[in-house]
Design a protein around this ligand. Structure first.
Ligand code: ATP
Length: 210
């Protein structure tokens, strides 16, 4: 095994999750600033399904031209409809995407520099079985639903009802907290979040000396 791989394997790997608007990206950015290797599972999925992405050919083969938009990318709206209406179609799409996402993630986890690896996975708790074995610690960013709603409305211009619908489709706050090994309370300001980012960062640094 090459030295770089051995070093990468020895690094701590955490899964960072939280509901919509909870502050995952804000925390991930703080950890990245502190030097962490941050990997975003959603960004990988987007990359794979963009025009020219690795997932496009197998998706075209499995679902036909209807799944691909005029620009050559995955037709997300179309696919969402299909997958929503038919669990088998969803499973087929996942069977294509999950191994590709896993491989890319592994590659980044082994090559990005940093003392530890942070995988940002918005729907980690929704597919807990898949992620449990891949991370040593599950970190959940938590705040009351009302705060999530206000933050997302402010950021996106979505209505309260639209945000509530997204919230309702996600795991509940209780389910996420039950899966957490480490909880970040993001119900206060960004300065409080930064303090907690620093504490988490310190807990993840490899021990100094021999
Ligand atoms: P999504 O699941 O939608 O990607 P997220 O969990 O990554 O959301 P962020 O994008 O980090 O959440 O935060 C949502 C919004 O709330 C952002 O505009 C962010 O700047 C703001 N925000 C996050 N934490 C705080 C805080 N403690 N105080 C004030 N604003 C915050």
């Amino acid at each position: 095994m090459p030295e770089s791989t051995r070093a990468a394997r020895a690094r701590a790997r955490i899964g960072l999750t939280g509901g919509i608007g909870s502050g995952k990206s804000a925390l991930a950015a703080m950890l990245q600033e502190l030097g962490a290797a941050v990997i975003d599972a959603d960004a990988i999925a987007h990359e794979l399904t963009a025009a020219g992405g690795e997932a496009i050919a197998p998706i075209r083969e499995a679902f036909g031209e209807q799944a691909i938009d005029a620009g050559g990318a995955l037709d997300r709206a179309r696919m969402r409809e299909l997958a929503f209406a038919d669990a088998r179609q969803r499973a087929r799409l996942e069977a294509i995407l999950h191994p590709l996402i896993g491989a890319r993630l592994q590659q980044l986890a082994e090559t990005l520099p940093g003392p530890y690896v942070v995988l940002v996975v918005p729907l980690l708790v929704e597919s807990l079985a898949r992620w449990r074995g891949r991370v040593e610690r599950i970190v959940v960013v938590d705040c009351p639903a009302e705060q999530q709603i206000r933050r997302v409305m402010q950021r996106s211009g979505l209505s309260r009802e639209q945000v509530q619908r997204i919230l309702d489709a996600q795991a509940t706050r209780e389910q996420r907290l039950a899966a957490a090994d480490w909880v970040i309370d993001n119900s206060a300001d960004l300065a409080r979040l930064r303090e907690q980012a620093l504490r988490l960062h310190r807990s993840l640094l490899p021990p100094q000396g021999i």
